[in-house]
Structures are given as structure tokens and as C-alpha cells.
Design a protein around this ligand. Structure first.
Ligand SMILES: Nc1ncnc2c1ncn2[C@@H]1O[C@H](COP(=O)(O)OP(=O)(O)OP(=O)(O)O)[C@@H](O)[C@H]1O
Ligand SMILES: [Mg+2]
Length: 275
């Protein structure tokens, strides 16, 4: 467990804690400001080991900022509060970020070494349905296939925490639905704690154990999803959760709620917001 307390720039403050002691993620009173504008404002968040949490929020609400802080990618900030995450964290972004000059298998095992590495990489590619494509170059793969390689690259590291920032945002609707099934199966098998940032309310409900909404720098809404998977978007319980979450995002009866002039919620009907 890595702990960053006080200034996030001092990971030297990291301390070892017994495995499985408490939540996988424990964030308390996290503050992150840019140019005196506070984006994360004493934010609290806990994620249990193996729990799948989805994070919704308006554009610019600070979702990626939070994810970067958890990933240890935010080196220049002065934060207050406490961020505890496991040592073994993987991150998946909207673009696959594969190295174009490395073959697919080498992308998956990048930075890993030791006996059995190539074998683990192959297994991981097989898990995402890409057995046989080990020697392909990234630009020979479709966007969905590249994202599957990115997932394989994350999971081969057997992360205790998987952070995903709109990982399916650039994919077409059909590929996205397939990726949902794949991610769910992979998470059931590997059981990492997951924080999935998404704009897609249906994606959040389809995948997560718990859906959070980030507003004004804090988690202001928390909804448990207790519907058994596979979750059917036409299930009335699904629809009820969707309406509730959309209302928290400022969308009521298919349109924008009267919001401030800085409102940036897209004027979409719920069925358009969902897939
Ligand atoms: N390095 C930075 N310097 C200055 N401002 C920043 C920086 N990074 C983020 N911000 C600001 O912080 C706010 C939150 O950004 P963030 O990227 O976390 O939003 P988001 O919720 O992920 O939005 P989106 O849904 O559009 O991806 C934005 O107003 C953004 O302009
Ligand atoms: Mg973002």
C-alpha cells in the first residue's frame, strides 16, 4: 500500500502496510487546485478490494484529475489530505497508448522481465481474444483491438487496482458493448479494485457495483447497483437508476435542468446518453 500524505510530491512518505488491511483505495480530504481554482475540494473516497466503482461527472469536474492523483501521475501538485492506493496499480486511457514501434506482445510485456514473461503476455492476449496477433504491429489492429491490447497490458501486471479513464470512449457502440462484457469477465477473474471514469451512464450501471457522481470537487452521489449481471438496460430498475443518475448530472426529462451559465452538460436525451 502506498501512502501519500500531505504533499503528493513526496512519495517518499510511502509506507508499507499489511496486505488486505482495509480498503484498496482510501482517499481522505484530497484537495487539488490549479491557479487558485479548486478542482478537488476535500474529496473522500474508499474502494474495497475487488470492488468495481464507476465515476460520473460533468466535463471538467475533476474525474481525470482524481484518477491521475490515484495513479501517482500528478507529480507537481500540492495536495492536502491522504491518498492510499495499492503498490500494484494499472491505468488504461481512452487511447491505447501502445508504442507503434513495438509489436503487440512486446507492448503487453513492456517493462516486465524474468522467466515466463512472454508466456504470461501470450496468455493475457488470449484472454482478450487476440491469440495469434502477438507479432502484429499496433497500426495493423483496429481501435477496439488496440484497446484490448491495452487491457491485456494492464492485466498481465495483475494489478490490485485498475484505473480506467474513459477506456471505451473512442469506440463505436457495438464494440463498446462487447468490451463491457470482456471487462466484466476479466474483472471477475482477476478481481482488481476498479475505478472506471465514464460519461456513459448506462456503461456505469452495466458494469459497476457502485456508481459515484463527482460534483463541485466532491463525491456527492453514491448509488449501489444490486441488479444481477448481465444487466438489461430495459429492466425498470436499470431505468430508475439511469434517471436518478442523469438527474444528478443535471439532465431531467431528457433535457438540461436549469443550470448555471457554465453548465456544460450536453443537451442529449437519456436514450442518446445511454448506448
Ligand atoms: N494541468 C492543469 N493545469 C490547469 N488546469 C488543469 C490542469 N489539469 C486539469 N485542469 C483543470 O481542472 C479541471 C478538471 O479537469 P479534469 O481533466 O480532471 O476534468 P474531467 O472531469 O476529467 O473532464 P472530462 O470529462 O472533460 O474529461 C478542468 O477545468 C481543467 O481545465
Ligand atoms: Mg477527463
Amino acid at each position: 500500500m502506498a501512502t501519500y500524505a500531505g504533499r503528493l510530491t513526496e512519495p517518499a512518505a510511502a509506507e508499507r502496510q499489511p496486505a488486505n488491511a482495509g480498503p484498496a483505495v482510501d482517499v481522505r480530504s484530497l484537495v487539488r487546485s490549479f491557479d487558485e481554482r479548486t478542482v478537488l475540494d476535500h474529496l473522500d473516497l474508499a474502494i474495497e478490494p475487488g470492488e468495481f466503482v464507476a465515476l460520473l461527472g460533468r466535463s471538467g469536474s475533476g474525474k481525470s484529475t482524481l484518477l491521475r492523483a490515484l495513479a501517482g501521475l500528478d507529480h507537481d501538485v500540492e495536495g492536502t489530505g491522504l491518498v492510499e492506493v495499492p503498490r500494484n496499480v494499472s491505468v488504461v486511457f481512452q487511447d491505447s497508448r501502445l508504442l507503434p514501434w513495438q509489436r503487440v506482445l512486446d507492448n503487453v510485456t513492456l517493462g516486465l522481465s524474468g522467466p515466463g514473461t512472454a508466456g504470461k503476455g501470450r496468455e493475457s492476449l488470449a484472454e482478450v481474444g487476440l491469440a495469434g496477433r502477438e507479432q502484429a504491429w499496433p497500426n495493423q489492429l483496429s481501435g477496439g483491438e488496440q484497446q484490448r491490447v491495452a487491457l491485456a497490458r494492464s492485466l498481465v501486471r495483475e494489478p490490485e487496482l485498475l484505473l480506467a479513464d474513459e477506456p471505451f470512449g473512442s469506440l463505436d457502440a457495438l464494440t463498446r458493448i462487447r468490451m463491457h462484457g470482456l471487462l466484466r469477465r476479466l474483472c471477475e477473474r482477476h478481481r482488481p479494485a476498479v475505478l472506471l471514469v465514464t460519461h456513459d451512464v448506462d456503461e456505469a450501471i452495466a458494469l459497476a457495483d457502485r456508481v459515484l457522481v463527482l460534483t463541485d470537487g466532491r463525491v456527492d452521489t453514491e448509488v449501489e447497483v444490486t441488479i444481477d449481471p448481465p444487466r438489461d438496460p430495459s429492466d425498470p430498475r436499470f431505468a430508475e437508476l439511469r434517471s436518478r443518475l442523469l438527474a444528478h448530472l443535471g439532465i431531467v426529462n431528457g433535457g438540461l435542468q436549469a443550470a448555471g451559465p457554465d453548465s456544460d452538460v450536453p443537451s442529449r436525451r437519456p436514450e442518446e446518453v445511454s448506448r
